[in-house]
Every structure is written in C-alpha cells, then in structure tokens.
Design a binder for this molecule. Structure first.
Ligand SMILES: CC(C)(COP(=O)(O)OP(=O)(O)OC[C@H]1O[C@@H](n2cnc3c(N)ncnc32)[C@H](O)[C@@H]1OP(=O)(O)O)[C@@H](O)C(=O)NCCC(=O)NCCS
Length: 174
C-alpha cells in the first residue's frame, strides 16, 4: 500500500528515475520534476534541504508561507509528491491554494493522486486546518476528478490576468 513520507535519500534512485521519465515525456511537469539530473546525482542532500526550506521552524521570506513536501512511495519506489501550504496568503487564496500534487508519468491513472490527496487531507487536519482550498485548470479533468472524489465543493471558475487558462477553485471541509 503506498504511503506518504518525508522526502529522503532512501528514494534517491527512484526519484531521479522519475525525473528522467517526466523530462522525457515532457508532459505535465510540476516543480520538483524539473530539476537537473546531474545536480540531483551530485548533491541530493542539497535538493532535500531545498524542499524543506519552508518547513517550520524556518521562517519563509516575505510573500511565502510555511509549507512542506511529502512523497507518495511504495517500498523504495517514488510515485508522486504533494505540497501542503500551512496557511494561505493573498496570492495562494487566488491561485495555488493549500495543496498541490503531481504523479510521475508511469504511475498515472492508477488512483495514486486520489489516494495522495486523501492522505494529504489527513495531514492538513493534523496541522489544524479546518478547510482546504485546492485549485486546478478547468481543462485538467484528472485533477478535477481527484478533488471531487475527495469532497471538493466548487467555489467557481475564475480567469486570472497572469495565468493562461481559467481555473476552478474548490473547498474541502475537514
Ligand atoms: C492530475 C494528476 C495528478 C492525476 O494523477 P493520477 O494518479 O493519474 O490520478 P488518479 O489515477 O487518481 O485519477 C483520478 C481520476 O482522473 C481520471 N483521469 C486520470 N487521468 C486522466 C486523464 N488524462 N484524462 C481524463 N481523466 C483522467 C481517472 O480515470 C480517475 O477518474 P475516476 O476517479 O473516475 O476513476 C496527474 O495526471 C499529474 O500529475 N498531472 C500533472 C500535474 C498536475 O496536473 N497536477 C495537478 C495540478 S492541479
């Protein structure tokens, strides 16, 4: 059964494989799968430190909030990542919300994102959140289904000056 864990050295080989796979497929790249393989191989520790930079007790710079990355893994295999923002600021309220996620290309369409969001909601509850904002592009049908399967209630569809596609914002009560 896949589980959510803190990013660690243990998954280095599999994570780098996922990066190669994502970069070869060129599809739907999120933020962490865009790192240079050479940099990851040379200093995975620096990458892990980068992922943890907004975790408490670190104080994020102006305009950012505390947040964390968690990885969905099965055994030694990296399947995907979820980012959980511990609070919203004006920018995240408009775009991004509390939770973002991504599944490696070869592991898609197996229910992992649906499970990952469910587990991330448990973590959000632990963090003391009572409702969570999740957003996606209107044409991201997979993400819409993931959010709706996890109880997302549509706030509406919005056009933003700085984003090419309209987005959907959903709230999930915890
Ligand atoms: C969106 C994403 C996270 C979905 O991950 P996944 O693990 O494939 O999702 P699941 O297997 O849990 O599928 C969820 C639902 O979407 C459907 N689905 C999955 N991929 C789909 C696709 N390409 N087109 C239409 N529906 C799709 C599944 O059939 C499933 O529907 P069901 O619940 O009715 O059975 C993944 O495609 C991804 O990482 N995309 C790139 C990054 C991204 O878009 N992140 C979300 C930003 S808001």
């Amino acid at each position: 059964m896949p589980e959510l864990v803190r990013p660690s050295e243990r998954y280095k080989t599999s994570f780098i494989e996922a990066v190669r796979e994502a970069q070869a497929s060129g599809s739907g790249l999120g933020d962490t799968l865009t790192w240079e393989v050479g940099d990851l191989e040379a200093d995975f520790g620096a990458f892990l430190t980068h992922l943890r930079r907004f975790e408490p007790p670190n104080v994020p710079p102006e305009g950012f909030v505390n947040s964390e990355y968690l990885w969905l893994v099965e055994g030694e295999t990296y399947l995907g990542r979820v980012s959980i923002r511990h609070s919203l600021n004006e920018r995240l309220r408009e775009f991004g919300g509390h939770i973002g996620y991504e599944v490696r290309p070869s592991a898609r369409r197996q229910g992992h994102a649906t499970l990952m969001l469910r587990l991330a909601l448990d973590r959000a509850r632990e963090l003391g959140l009572t409702r969570v904002l999740v957003s996606c592009d209107v044409d991201n049908l997979a993400s819409r289904r993931v959010i709706e399967a996890n109880g997302g209630k549509l706030e509406g569809e919005f056009r933003l000056d700085f984003h090419e596609k309209p987005i959907r914002r959903y709230w999930i009560e915890l």
